[in-house]
Design a protein around this ligand. Structure first.
Ligand SMILES: NC(=O)C1=CN([C@@H]2O[C@H](COP(=O)(O)OP(=O)(O)OC[C@H]3O[C@@H](n4cnc5c(N)ncnc54)[C@H](OP(=O)(O)O)[C@@H]3O)[C@@H](O)[C@H]2O)C=CC1
Length: 419
């Protein structure tokens, strides 16, 4: 992504000149874009997350991406990690090269509808060239991802072979392929997409769920948090309807079939960490525990030896914490595994030092430097949980001298459009 051969220098300058326009009108353009495109192509409702349409997250995220793209049109390397993340998600939704024709058409039309005469033919053409430059990069990367999937290039039927409650709001689903062919080994930390019907919407929807166990040839495990969403009177019901999580929890049972994508995602245990004995600190909050449990189980089964490993987790209460018994048992069996559990809202009767280690949210200042293996410059840190949690933990680690290259996490989005 170093050069942009499809665009002239004048077009690049024009795109840069439209950055302030995107700050002012970006959200309106993307809102109009989704409205018009989904009205003309209702079949695409299956691909786009309806919750994120309802709560406006998707138009905001796309406006942020357009802003980031225009700002870095002469420095595309700055966008490569965001592009990689988006391409992985697209691949898990089986986005096709042809879909980019539809998106490009409605995006340019939305710009025209919102900006009117301000979208001169030159600016229109510059955005057309810019769109196709990025689209071609993404189509190329997604093609590579499909080629690596060894023939698994569309939704595959899986049967739910087990359903296990892990906490008051998290339930695991064990999924085995109906065709009984061996499953590819994913990288611990990666996710699959699940596609299933949503009766209240009249069309299927797909969501990404991290794989929560080590790779196995005969099944995948996901562990799904039930969002209160439409089942509740909570203020979050409208913004986070929980279409899929509630369908899975309430109506999908052992023996049922759902559609599953090949595993994707660029947040994973690095091959170096799988093979060497470098110390590892796994830090998560809430359902962010899932990809890190996959990493933990993989390390235990393949390459733990005497490697130092610290598993740190924050939950609102013990009843809401998944996998505690499992993680604690591994720690008992393997003295090199340390655990620290934080609880932000302990339930009545839950006691600090007995049921959990520290009251409050995850706070690294409550741990000794030696328990974070700060003395070993090879230590890697994996973080997963709410967005602000991840950025706060990242800052805390950097303040303790940990280099950015040793901190791994997956932040969705490009940071939005500045206000
Ligand atoms: N692959 C990935 O990238 C994955 C990402 N996730 C993400 O992980 C998140 C987990 O959320 P969820 O289970 O609902 O979390 P919860 O709301 O249940 O919170 C879990 C714990 O995190 C604390 N917490 C919440 N926000 C912050 C913050 N800004 N800083 C510090 N601590 C915080 C909570 O404290 P308090 O009680 O005070 O709020 C609580 O102790 C989701 O956003 C999900 O998208 C999950 C799985 C995979």
């Amino acid at each position: 992504m170093a050069s942009n051969p499809g665009m002239t220098p004048d077009q690049i300058a024009l795109i840069k000149a439209t950055v302030p326009v995107l700050v002012q009108h970006g959200n309106t353009i993307t809102t109009v874009f989704y409205r018009n495109m989904l009205a003309a192509h209702p079949e695409l409702n299956t691909v786009f997350n309806t919750s994120d349409q309802v709560n406006g997250r998707q138009p905001r995220a796309l406006a942020g991406a357009l802003y980031a793209y225009a700002s870095h049109i002469d420095d595309l390397g700055a966008l490569s990690s965001a592009v990689e993340l988006i391409c992985n998600k697209h691949a898990s939704l089986y986005i096709k090269a042809d879909d980019y024709n539809i998106v490009g058409k409605y995006l340019l039309e939305a710009m025209g509808e919102v900006l009117g005469a301000a979208l001169t033919p030159e600016i229109h053409d510059a955005w057309g060239a810019a769109y196709w430059q990025l689209a071609n990069i993404m189509i190329g990367r997604e093609k590579q991802l499909y080629e690596h999937a060894e023939g698994w290039t569309d939704w595959r039927d899986f049967k739910i072979v087990n359903k296990v409650k892990e906490s008051e709001e998290i339930t695991s689903f064990y999924l085995a392929p109906v065709d009984e062919k061996p499953l590819p080994a994913f990288k611990p930390g990666q996710y699959i997409s699940i596609q299933t019907e949503v009766p209240t919407l009249k069309y299927p929807q797909a969501r990404q769920y991290s794989l929560s166990d080590e790779p196995k040839p005969d099944y995948y495990r996901i562990s799904v948090k039930r969002e209160l969403g439409l089942n509740s009177a909570a203020a979050s019901a409208a913004t986070n309807p929980g279409y899929i999580s509630n369908v899975l929890h309430d109506t999908r049972n052992i023996g049922d079939t759902i559609k599953v994508s090949h595993p994707y995602g660029d947040f994973f245990l690095s091959p170096a960490d799988s093979e060497t004995g470098n110390p590892i600190v796994l830090i998560s909050a809430g359902v962010g525990v899932t990809p890190l449990t996959s990493m933990l189980n993989t390390l235990v089964s393949k390459s733990l030896e005497s490697r130092k490993l610290h598993f740190i987790h924050g939950a609102r209460s013990e009843g809401l914490r998944a996998f505690k018994k499992h993680i604690s048992e591994l720690s008992k069996q393997h003295p090199s595994i340390q655990t620290t559990f934080f609880t932000s809202h302990p339930s009545e009767g839950e006691k600090e030092g007995v049921d959990y280690d520290h009251a409050g949210r995850v706070d690294l200042s409550k741990l000794k430097d030696q328990d974070l293996f700060l003395d070993d410059a090879k230590t890697d840190y994996y973080i997963c949980g709410p967005g602000m949690f991840m950025t706060d933990i990242e800052s805390a680690l950097k303040a303790k001298g940990v280099g950015a290259d040793r901190i791994k996490m997956e932040l969705f989005g490009t940071g939005g459009v500045p206000h």
